[in-house]
Design a protein around this ligand. Structure first.
Ligand code: 3AM
Length: 181
């Protein structure tokens, strides 16, 4: 079984903004996700047999959408059923929403079950033990200098990743890249 997810690569300005926040968070003693793990999740697939991912490939490859502009919209404590974190939120533009819908459609069409939940685009900066810790960390991070608004920058690819859980943390490996053109 392959634990997998689909995510957008980050354009340089957003990656840099996320890394700057991580430097600040590290200064507060917060352990951050490794910078190479920064991404925007479009769909979490969970454990899948290799054949299911092979069946999914043509559907993802057939997605024909233009590059997606990404714009960060602040730092927030982020809680979902499976995680508590501090995250850089990303503005949900029509282009990003269209890509998310197309990816979800391709996943479901291939027969993989996907949880139905509202898409909240974000880049996880650090995982936290509790929502209380996440909310105080986000407040402290914002109390210094809030992230400056930056011009939207286009990202022109997304990828299918394998996520291996190791004692040292999650290790992500791209399995296939898909371009937006
Ligand atoms: O983009 P982030 O870091 O929020 O939290 C996991 C990470 O998202 C999420 O999938 C991404 C790559 O691991 N994830 C992990 N387990 C999950 C689950 N059971 C999950 N998303 C939904 N359901």
């Amino acid at each position: 079984m392959i634990r997998s997810f689909i995510a957008l690569a980050l354009p340089t300005p957003i990656r840099e903004q996320a890394k700057a926040l991580q430097t600040k968070a590290a200064g507060l003693g917060i352990r951050c996700v490794p910078p190479e793990n920064l991404h925007l999740t479009l769909a979490f697939l969970g454990d899948q047999p290799q054949t299911a991912l092979e069946d999914l490939h043509p559907g993802l490859d057939a997605i024909s959408l233009p590059p997606v502009p990404l714009q960060s919209a602040g730092v927030v404590p982020f809680s979902a059923k499976h995680q508590t974190a501090i995250a850089l939120t990303i503005k949900d533009t029509p282009e990003l929403s269209a890509l998310h819908k197309a990816v979800a459609r391709a996943v479901r069409h291939s027969g993989i079950r996907l949880e139905r939940r509202k898409f909240r685009p974000h880049v996880t900066i650090a995982r936290m033990a509790s929502s209380q810790m996440a909310s105080s960390a986000a407040q402290t991070l914002l109390a210094g200098t809030p992230p400056q608004p930056i011009a939207p920058e286009r990202t022109d690819s997304f990828a299918l990743y394998e996520s291996e859980l190791t004692p040292q943390g999650a290790r992500y490996t791209p399995l296939a890249d898909y371009s937006l053109r």
